[in-house]
Structures are given as C-alpha cells and as structure tokens.
Design a protein around this ligand. Structure first.
Ligand code: GLN
Length: 492
C-alpha cells in the first residue's frame, strides 16, 4: 500500500478495502518506526490525526468523498495549522500553537485529506540541506549519511521513505525542487500567486510559493486541484478560473505522444558547475523525451548566471523585513532575563534565531540601508527583470525548458555547512525560476553512482506562466515509459 499512487489509495478507500483510520494508522506506525532516525517530522498528534481520519471515513460512507478524502498528507511546518505546533524550524516559534489554519491547510481539510503531521525544515526555509533546523538535521533515506536537501527536507524524506502518501512544501529559491531531486520524487513549484500564502510563514514574500511533493505527476495534479485558488487574504493571490490539472493525464496514444513539443535546453545549464554524472542522467532523460517525439531547441538564458547574487540581495532584504515581527512581544520566543526593552529585544532575537537566519537579517538590513539601497537592492530588482525577460524570449522559441534541477546529488551532512556560498550554489538552476515567478518542476530521472551508492537525480522542467497542467502531462508521459518514480530506498 505504501507505494500506491493517490488515485490507487483513493480507490482502496472508495471500495472499502481499507478505512482511512486503518490507512492513517499504518502510516503513523511507519513514522513511529522510522522517524526517530530520519527526523522528517517535527510535530505529530496521533489523536488529532486519527480524529480527522474517522471524519473522512464518515464522509466516504455518506458518499460525499472527494479524490483526496481520507488520504494522509504531511504538511511542511511553515503552514500555520489550528491546534498544531507550528515552528517554521525555529527556536523562535518552538512553543507557538497555530491559532488558525493557513489557506493551504484549509483547502486540504475541506477536501477531507488527513493531516499526518508537521514536517521538519530549514529554519524559516533558509537553507538547502535541512541542517539549519532548530529541530535537527533530516537524513536522506537513500543514504542516511547524506542530506535530503532543503528547505523542505522533512517533507522530502517523508515522501521518499513513504512516511506519508504525499506532502506539501514551499519553494522560495528551490526548496521543493532541489530536495525532490536529491530524494528521488516529484515536486512542483507553481506560478507565483496560484497557491495562497495566507498563513504560510513568510520568508521572502515576492518569491515564496507552496506546491506539491509526491511520487508522481499524476499525484501532483490531484494535489494542485486542491491547493490552487484565489484567496482574498493574500494580496498577491491571483483570481483565475478553476483548473482541472488532471485533465490531460489519460494514457498516451501512439508512439510519439509528444510530437511537436519544443524542448529548450539552456546552454548555461549544461556548463561549468554541473556534475558530469548528473549531466549524463539528465541527458538520458532528454533522449527519452526525444523518443516520445519532442524536438530539442538550444536556447540561452544569459542573465541567469546573476540569479544567485540577485537572490541573495532580494531574499534577505525581504526576510529582514518579514522577520522583524519576531520581537518577543508580538510573536516568538522571549528571553527569560533582561534589563530593559531594548535588552529584551536583543536577547530574545539572539536566542530565538539561528546563525543562517541572523546572517540573512544582517545582509538584508545592509542592502536596504539608506546609503546602499540604490547600489544593491534597486540594482538587483533591475536584474530580476532582465532574468524574467530572458525566459520570455526563450518561450518564443520553445514550449518548455529542461535541464538539471540541482548541480549534484545529495551531499554528506556537514559537507557544506560551514561554506554558505557552496550551499547557495545548490540552487544554481532553480532560483531564476522564482525570480521570474514561473512554474518549475523536478521529476526523478535516474540515479548516479556515488561512492558505491546509487543516488537519485532529478530532471527540471520549467514552463511558461500558468502552464502547470501541460508540464504535468509532459512529466506524466515520461513517467509512463520510465519507472524511476516508483523506486524506493532500501531499509524503509
Ligand atoms: N536554498 C535557498 C535559500 O537558502 C532557497 C530556500 C527556499 O527555497 N526556501 O534561501
């Protein structure tokens, strides 16, 4: 059962082969068994979860079930959920209990999905390895001496180890796609504005976007149907007609089902910085697409080389502003001892935030300061526009863009922890997509042999705005002729 698709799980529930309480219990038992080592979950609440499963069973019995009713889904601990500990991976929020539900949580609840627990993450979603979490690192189920990627590392490990049927994540610069690549599953960052940010703890608001993390594109399409939609409580939420993301998924016909699809390969994504083994796995996936009828177009995204420096001006700038609310009064940890108000602020923030978060607040405050605003922040905004223009030009030549998701495979815990710049390079191919607000997806493309271990490699697919349904179809076509997405790590 644990390797079944969401559709198969839904069919098992509908036919009463299993109840949601039984299904949920099986996942909870697996979590009890494996989580002490993998550390994918920060908060679990068996009673609350099983109560939701029982309610789902009643709904199934009443004949009002929707596709995800009764299915256990893990939620990244960045989403405020009523009655649940909601920490964002930080000591700052260690004792925060959600007083309301985030838009995303509300939507899963309304669909009857079961909240299995809150997953571990880099502190305030800042990181690429899950090592900045106050609640400890997460282990990559494919090799427990390695990181799962980040910042959605807990959701990633939970999906890979089948400690949930699927999970949610958020992606500001790559946090859904890079862990999907490092842990061998499918992850999608939607077009900015499609999924509500209400109740999703803010890191860099102009870049943050939630999306599905699941085994397959078919599963992600079902989750997109639940997650997307206008929310008046998020000022950047987009008002659009409701889409059915599963509409193009039925089995392929003919041996060239993707005939006419123009796939752009950015020259800059296959240059220095890409691990050779990862490059050949990605190339093999692209060859598979050619067999399905796709044609290759060589494109250039000249300004994407500036995406990391631009991101590390803009994201910290937004973060420094967003995180000013954690002052020990309105929100967050308050130092137990202090002399006056200023001392209370200083001690509370010094104790509540970890090193990476402090680094970002310092950078952000600096680039926004009066003397430097034009030189850094304004300049970065201008280059952000040029990066978006590069994509706009590319999409006149091709329908989708493909390339690697991450420059390498999962690295060893601690390997990059003391070298922030090496860590920042993990998002070399993903960050430009956030800066442009485009949808990007990573799907399992095979394995690279590293020191005697087979480690997963992801293929990134970047689409034009609102092209998620087509991207999912394209991923689904590949997943019908390959079985990478069904592979499971040993020992779980
Ligand atoms: N790794 C990037 C960072 O540290 C992106 C994180 C994210 O997407 N949340 O900021």
């Amino acid at each position: 059962m644990i390797n079944n698709s969401l559709k198969q799980l839904g069919a098992m529930l509908a036919s009463k082969q299993i109840s949601s309480v039984e299904m949920t219990t099986e996942f909870l038992d697996r979590i009890d068994q494996h989580n002490p080592d993998i550390n994918a979950y920060i908060a679990l609440d068996r009673e609350r979860t099983l109560a939701q499963a029982a309610a789902a069973d009643a709904r199934i019995a009443a004949g009002t079930a929707e596709p995800l009713t009764g299915i256990p889904i893990a939620q990244k601990d960045i989403f405020v959920a009523k009655g649940w500990q909601t920490t964002c991976g930080s000591r700052m929020l260690e004792s925060f209990i959600g007083p309301y539900d985030a838009g995303v949580i509300e939507r899963f609840d309304a669909a009857g999905a079961v909240n299995l627990g809150k997953t571990n993450m880099d502190e305030f979603a800042m990181g690429s390895s899950n090592e900045t979490s106050y609640f400890g690192c997460v282990k990559n189920p494919w090799d427990r001496s390695r990181v799962p990627g980040g910042s959605s590392g807990g959701s990633a490990a939970a999906v890979a180890a089948r400690l949930c049927a699927a999970a949610t994540g958020t992606d500001t610069g790559g946090s859904i796609r890079q862990p999907a690549s490092l842990c061998g599953f499918s992850g999608l960052k939607p077009t900015y504005g499609l999924v509500s940010r209400y109740g999703m703890i803010a890191f860099a608001s102009s870049l943050d976007q939630a999306g599905p993390m699941a085994k397959s594109c078919e599963d992600m399409a079902l989750m997109m149907n639940v997650m997307t939609g206008f929310d008046a409580r998020d000022s950047t939420s987009l008002q659009r007609d409701k889409e059915d993301y599963t509409r193009g998924l039925p089995a392929m016909t003919g041996d060239k089902p993707l005939a006419g699809l123009r796939v752009g390969l950015p020259r800059e994504f296959f240059a220095d910085g890409l691990n050779a083994q990862v490059g050949s796995v990605v190339q093999a996936a692209i060859d598979e697409y050619c067999k399905l009828g796709a044609e290759i177009v060589s494109i250039s995204l000249p300004n994407t080389r500036l995406s990391i420096p631009v991101y590390y001006v803009l994201a910290p700038a937004e973060a420094s502003s967003n995180l000013s609310r954690y002052d020990g009064v309105r929100y967050g940890h308050r130092a137990p001892e202090y002399t006056d108000l200023m001392d209370m602020y200083c001690k509370s923030r010094a104790q509540g935030f970890g090193a990476e978060v402090k680094r970002r607040i310092l950078i952000g405050t600096y680039v926004l300061s009066a003397g430097y605003y034009d030189a850094y922040y304004l300049k970065a905004q201008q280059i952000r526009r040029l990066i978006a223009d590069d994509f706009a030009a590319a999409f006149t030549q091709c329908d989708v863009i493909m390339g690697p998701t991450a420059p390498g495979t999962a690295f060893r815990s601690g390997e990059k922890a003391d070298d922030p710049v090496a860590m920042y390079l993990e998002d070399l191919y993903t960050i430009a997509v956030n800066l442009a607000g485009l949808p990007g997806m990573s799907i399992p493309a095979g394995f690279a042999e590293v020191e005697g271990k087979a480690l997963p490699v992801g293929l990134q697919v970047i689409g034009n705005y609102f092209d998620e349904a087509r991207m999912l179809d394209i991923g689904h076509a590949y997943q019908q002729v390959t079985d990478w997405h069904t592979r499971m790590p040993e020992g779980v």
